[in-house]
Design a protein around this ligand. Structure first.
Ligand code: BMA
Length: 327
């Protein structure tokens, strides 16, 4: 299939030669699949992935994998790191999915936002940790149907800010929203920040934040996924947008083209074909190299590397101010 790809588009992300870097066959206990991992770099430089692991019931939990170089020599927790807790959190009855990690200097803690799944539908839950061993759950922060949430690492005008993706029964569309909170528990001042387009667009009808926003001097750089519905299922691809640093609900630029999509066999084939779904990234010592960790075909974890400066440069050349009237 990759032989048919036109390589003349700018390649903003290059796939790692050892892809996929993690799969079910690497796991120390029985699992079905390993995908959609949150990512962070620990103070000692270790890359930590909080992997979504699906068991043979179809329910997901999280398991930590650590690596010195971010692509090999993974040390995987011998047991699940964070299991759903339906006794105390009924919203987790069918599992916990798609974690995003934000290190928050003010708290000196990592804030994890994830999808909690139960009969009520998928909602957004939040938990805090210092060490990825003990977790303090705050429960549901955005009720169903809502997903694809990440916290900004610092307060904006005194309030915490969460980007998330509710789905409306009105038109069955999924747009990106931002909400604010004084305490990470009570959320309000909700604002729509990026709309799914319509019709033939690659990001028509449903979009969502992929990894947490990347703070740059020019704004919050957002990698988001667009879901194209086709006769043979959904196609998950990635695009770029830039938001104002002080007023993150203000979209400054949005690209028209997708920048990364399923091409390789491990992205094209799996439990859910044609999916690339990043939930985390790390930034290299040069402050510019970005390692993007993505779930491929809901079956394994892959890595693609790029430069934040090149993503910004592309957006400045190819993006335009968001004008939802024209879509
Ligand atoms: C989305 C999420 C992801 C998943 C993707 C493709 O809705 O639930 O966890 O990777 O669908 O199945």
């Amino acid at each position: 299939m990759s032989l048919l790809i036109n390589k003349q588009h700018e390649q903003l992300f290059v796939r790692h030669r050892r892809n996929p870097i993690l799969a079910a066959s690497d796991w120390p206990y029985p699992v079905n699949s390993v995908f959609n991992a949150g990512a962070t770099r620990l103070p000692d430089g270790t890359t930590l992935l909080l992997c979504r692991v699906e068991d043979r019931r179809g329910h997901s939990h999280f398991c930590v994998a650590r690596s010195e170089d971010g692509y090999s020599g993974w040390r995987i927790d011998p047991q699940p790191t964070l299991m759903p807790d339906p006794q105390n959190h009924p919203e987790e009855l069918w599992g916990i999915e798609d974690p995003r990690i934000t290190f928050v200097p003010e708290l000196n803690k990592y804030v994890i936002t994830y999808t909690s799944f139960s009969a009520g539908g998928p909602g957004v839950s939040l938990a805090l940790t210092e060490d990825f061993r003990h977790f303090e759950r705050y429960g549901v922060v955005m009720p169903p149907e809502d997903k694809d949430a990440a916290l900004l690492p610092r307060r904006i005008g005194g309030h915490w800010a969460l980007i998330h993706r509710p789905v409306t029964t009105w038109e069955r569309m999924g747009h990106m929203w931002i909400s604010y909170s004084p305490d990470l528990r009570h959320w309000g001042s909700h604002k729509l920040i990026l709309r799914a387009r319509r019709g033939a667009w690659w990001d028509a009808y449903k979009i969502g934040l992929s990894p947490p926003p990347i703070e740059t001097p020019e704004g919050w750089l957002v990698i988001y996924h667009g879901v194209r519905q086709t006769a043979s299922g959904c196609l998950y691809r990635l695009g770029l947008a830039l938001f104002d640093l002080q007023t993150p609900e203000r979209c400054l630029l949005r690209g028209d083209d997708w920048i990364f999509g399923p091409e390789e066999p491990y992205e094209r084939h799996g439990d859910v074909p044609n999916v690339v779904f990043p939930c985390g990234y790390t930034i290299g010592d040069d402050g510019d190299t970005i390692n993007l960790y993505y779930g491929a075909a809901d079956s394994c974890i892959a890595l693609a590397t790029g430069k934040v400066s090149a993503l910004l440069d592309w957006l400045k050349r190819r993006g335009r101010p968001e004008n939802s009237e024209l879509r």
